[in-house]
Write a protein that binds this ligand. Structure first.
Ligand code: ATP
Ligand code: MG
Length: 406
């Protein structure tokens, strides 16, 4: 190698170990956006980095290049990559790695297969490679010790606990780096634990941080009747029109919007109607009784469920009373006793199934029963299929503190 060439190689190496983002741009002929740069620098500086992010922010693009940056600038080194399914390893992350190798401005003397890149070197005692592993065989993560080690978990919310345990093995010795990156789809699990742990450097990416949203806020999206994107600086990355559509279909407070647009961990299970934080706030909220006292009875005469008798004044609910006698006479007598004691002016009951004879009998005794049919016609027939859906929606609003006076 001529002296000038050697100097150039050394300069490049120095750049790699101070500004990995600029090294990546130079070597792989690309332009990173701000958070992609921040992730590169974080992996250089911090043993552990966790990145919950919105969709299509360039996570895999960046991770693939970080794998190569680490591998090419650390000898001897082992890089272990994983994702929840082997398809995600092979067809997504490793496709990105192969693309970067083919775009490289410097010759990379390596042997590249679908999920492995071995660097050419002469010392049989040393390992120098990167590998993609699936999650069905956690034992494959064992034994990958080296002087330099990088572990990358893409789509990290979907990685099982067994893998979170297994990756600690290669991280237990040497100079080690861990990058966990993905959509934060689960409110519990290893990805969330990492995000809550003080030993990780955390980088959150919202759609509104990404370069196609320059000058565009959530408020702009919320106010717009429709949205057309002009020419975008990074056409492959998340676009405002998609976020506008998600706002229309999912709504700002949905778990899906939190995860895929804002890059935030969901506050409740993805399919839950109520957010944990809203339930928590509702329990703490002080609500004064108002209006008249009404009761509701949910009858259960079979199975292990209890019959429940509850009263409320406005949105203030008093103690609920439950009993598990499956006897019609007992239930009838108990409802009459409770209603005479608390003097409710109305008792809501579902006119369905085993409870029907009780309702009919209570009515003949002059108890003020109001039949409430969840399968019945809703007030807003355009929005809701039946009363049940409509009432759940209104209840959700009450949990959110948006409708105090139903
Ligand atoms: N810096 C960049 N320059 C050019 N194209 C980019 C850049 N970053 C990402 N892309 C392109 O944008 C698209 C989305 O990127 P990528 O797949 O990495 O996003 P992601 O965040 O991993 O998406 P997902 O949420 O689906 O996992 C890809 O086509 C990728 O090649
Ligand atoms: Mg990805």
């Amino acid at each position: 190698m001529v002296v000038a060439e050697k100097e150039q190689v050394e300069k490049l190496k120095e750049l790699a170990l101070t500004y990995p983002d600029i090294w990546i741009e130079k070597v792989f002929n690309c332009k990173l956006w701000e958070k992609q740069r921040e992730i590169c620098r974080s992996v250089l500086k911090n043993p552990r980095t966790v990145v919950p992010s919105c969709s299509a922010s360039g996570k895999t693009f960046d991770s693939g290049r970080i794998v190569l940056w680490f591998l090419l600038n650390h000898y001897p080194s082992t890089v272990v990559t994983t994702a929840p399914t082997f398809r995600q390893v092979e067809e997504i992350l490793w496709k990105e790695i192969a693309a970067a190798v083919s775009q490289s401005n410097v010759p990379i003397n390596c042997h590249l297969t679908k999920t492995r890149i071995g660097m050419a070197h002469t010392d049989p005692e040393r390992d120098w490679f990167a590998i993609g592993l699936s999650t069905d065989q956690p034992e494959k993560f064992q034994g990958h010790h080296n002087i330099y080690v990088l572990v990358v978990g893409d789509e990290a919310s979907g990685l099982p606990d067994t893998i979170y345990q297994a990756i600690e093995n290669p991280l237990s010795s040497g100079y080690t780096r861990l990058l966990l990156i993905g959509n934060p789809t689960q409110s519990t699990g290893g990805f969330k634990d990492a995000f809550d742990s003080p030993i990780y450097n955390k980088i959150t990416i919202s759609a509104f941080d990404t370069p196609n949203f320059k000058g565009i806020t959530l408020d702009d999206i919320k106010k717009a009747d429709t949205w057309e994107d002009g020419e975008l600086p990074f056409p492959g990355l998340i676009k405002p029109r998609w976020v506008w559509e998600r706002f229309q279909e999912w709504g700002e407070n949905s778990a899906l919007f939190q995860v895929y647009v804002l890059g935030q961990f969901p506050q409740a299970g993805e399919r839950n109607l109520f957010r944990l934080s809203d339930i928590d706030a509702a329990v703490r909220r002080e609500i004064k009784p108002e209006g008249v006292r009404v009761a509701s009875v949910d009858i259960s005469l079979e199975g292990g469920d209890e019959t429940v008798y509850a009263t409320r004044m406005g949105n203030h609910v008093f103690d609920m009373k439950g009993w598990s006698h499956q006897d019609t006479n007992y239930t009838e007598g108990r409802v009459i006793r409770e209603y005479r004691t608390d003097k409710s002016v109305e008792i809501f009951m579902e006119p369905q199934g085993m409870g029907m004879p009780i309702i009919t009998h209570l009515e003949t005794l002059g108890v003020p029963v109001t039949r409430w049919n969840p399968a019945g016609k809703p007030v807003d027939t355009e929005l809701f299929m039946n009363q049940r859906a409509e009432q759940y929606f209104l209840l959700k609003q009450r949990f959110e503190g948006r409708d105090r006076h139903p």
